[in-house]
Design a protein around this ligand. Structure first.
Ligand SMILES: *Cc1c(COP(=O)(O)O)cnc(C)c1O
Length: 481
């Protein structure tokens, strides 16, 4: 393109008549045709030519862009863009380990391998290999869930929202459910306890006040129309100060004296005590069952570290009612997450290996010194990639567990703080936006958070430094371009 003719062509504008016909363009890309087939390449070429035609009409198309090799290259890029998936891997440097917008828990290798093996061919999802008759998909995980939580029975559905909806509909449809006013949780999006109750066809009876509810409040509210008592773990907020709630162990005898079940929605559903690693403790399903709950619901992709799933454990009688309820069929888990869930739960049979084998616990228990060392290693290459426009420093920071788990607790962490180098205050926001956009535009987009006029990159969730380092040349280029 450095010949005098080329630079002359470069300055000239193309008109619609300069565009090649579709057939002629396709003849120039035999390799693309043989790789992708005629139909796909022709479709992409047609929309590329449409695009070029409107630019030619607007007088903004350079003749140089229509040179056969340039056009062939452009078509090849358009084909690649059309084939690139929308769902993409990203690098989570937000400091939030279980980030709902970034897909929550990462699956363990064991879960990934099991999914691959089970999805590649037929499996015994609903086939009993012992009797040769029909099986139940719940049986893939029920025994494991019972062993881990001490429950008599267990069933699984699409997510915990579905688990709550189904449990209420099956056990209390058309009747009353008593819940403390302090536990009428909104999880985010459309999941608000009063609305879920209505959608399940049950009547919500609120007792107590926002900050204080007593056993007598529940006792007074019980009547002939009551179907169950419900506790909701306030997973994403904390009520502090002059407070009082009735715990499950106190509430269970009150419910049982009237022949009513007690249901608890735990939300995050950690299956192991996080306190053993110095993390804040979350209530465990096994403790809720010991305290006398008849049904406990929790998520598969929060602290449990598995796929999206709603787990329901409890007494044989109540789980049977839930499993037999017709709505179960609409909310059932698909074989894909079920394979991942089974493999994830099996990891819990070896508790001492969890912080190695289960990514969620591995990241949550990652030693601070390890994150600090990584930040030290990354600072110079990062500073070089971002110089001269940005300064990079190592800094202590506070991360979060995320997904509404332990909302007031933070995770001491470490990372890089990137500050735009400017003469005045002007342009600061723009420089930060530009950097954030360049990071998002990388082949594997990198997501941090903007805080106090700086970009913070928390390194807790970066397990392979190379994932970021190999992208730094591209980042420099994006910021220069
Ligand atoms: C997260 C949460 C839910 C919803 O669980 P999903 O698995 O996201 O559907 C319900 N209740 C509580 C208390 C939660 O924390």
């Amino acid at each position: 393109m450095n010949t005098p003719e080329a630079s002359m062509v470069h300055g000239l504008k193309a008109g619609p008549k300069d565009l090649p016909a579709l057939d002629r363009l396709l003849k120039q890309v035999p390799e693309l045709l043989s790789r992708h087939g005629h139909q796909f390449v022709a479709g992409v070429a047609r929309s590329l030519l449409d695009d070029l035609r409107s630019r030619a009409l607007a007088g903004t198309l350079a003749l140089a862009e229509l040179q056969p090799p340039v056009l062939a290259q452009r078509l090849s890029e358009c084909c690649a863009e059309r084939l690139a998936p929308r769902m993409r891997a990203v690098i989570n440097l937000t400091g939030t380990v279980l980030h709902t917008n970034l897909g929550r828990a990462l699956l363990a290798d064991a879960a990934l391998t099991h999914v691959m093996a089970m999805m590649a061919g037929p499996n015994n999802l609903e086939f009993d290999l012992t009797t040769g008759g029909r099986g139940d998909r719940d049986s893939m995980v029920e025994e494991l869930l019972c062993e881990i939580t001490g429950a008599e029975a267990a069933t699984v559905v699409n997510n915990n929202a579905a688990a709550v909806l189904l449990s209420i509909a099956a056990l209390a449809g058309g009747r009353e459910v008593i819940v403390s006013r302090g536990e009428l949780v909104e999880i985010g999006g459309a999941f608000r306890m009063p609305d879920v109750m209505a959608a399940a066809g049950a009547r919500l009876v609120e007792v107590g006040t926002t900050n204080r509810t007593h056993p007598a409040d529940y006792e007074r509210a019980i009547n002939a129309g009551t179907a169950m008592l419900m506790k909701v773990h306030t997973s994403n907020y904390a009520i502090q100060g002059f407070t009082s709630a009735v715990d499950e162990a106190t509430l269970a005898p009150i419910a049982h004296a009237k022949g009513l079940p007690l249901v608890t929605d735990l939300g995050s559903g950690s299956l192991v005590d996080l306190a053993q690693w110095g993390l804040p403790r979350e209530p465990l399903p096994q403790e809720m069952l010991k305290a006398g709950c008849d049904v406990v619901t929790f998520s598969g992709d929060k602290l449990l570290g598995g796929p999206q799933a709603g787990l329901i454990v409890g007494s044989k009688a109540q789980i049977q009612r839930i499993r037999k309820f017709p709505m179960k069929r609409a909310l059932r888990m698909s074989k894909l997450p079920l394979a991942a869930l089974e493999a994830t739960l099996r990891l819990y049979l070896r508790p001492e290996r969890l912080t190695r084998d289960l990514p969620t616990l591995r990241l949550l228990t990652r030693p601070l010194a390890d994150i600090q060392r990584l930040a030290g290693e990354m600072r110079v290459p990062m500073a070089e990639a971002l110089s001269p426009r940005y300064r990079v420093q190592v800094q202590a920071m506070q991360g979060q567990i995320g997904s509404g788990s332990l909302p007031v607790a933070s995770l001491p962490s470490c990372g890089l703080v990137v500050t735009p180098i400017l003469s005045g205050k002007k342009g600061l926001g723009q420089a930060l936006d530009e950097l954030a956009r360049a990071l998002r535009g990388l082949p594997v987009p990198v997501l941090g958070r903007i805080h106090e006029d700086q970009l913070w990159l928390d390194l807790r969730c970066l397990e392979r430094a190379a994932d970021l380092l190999t992208q730094l040349p591209g980042l420099s280029q994006a910021l220069r371009g």
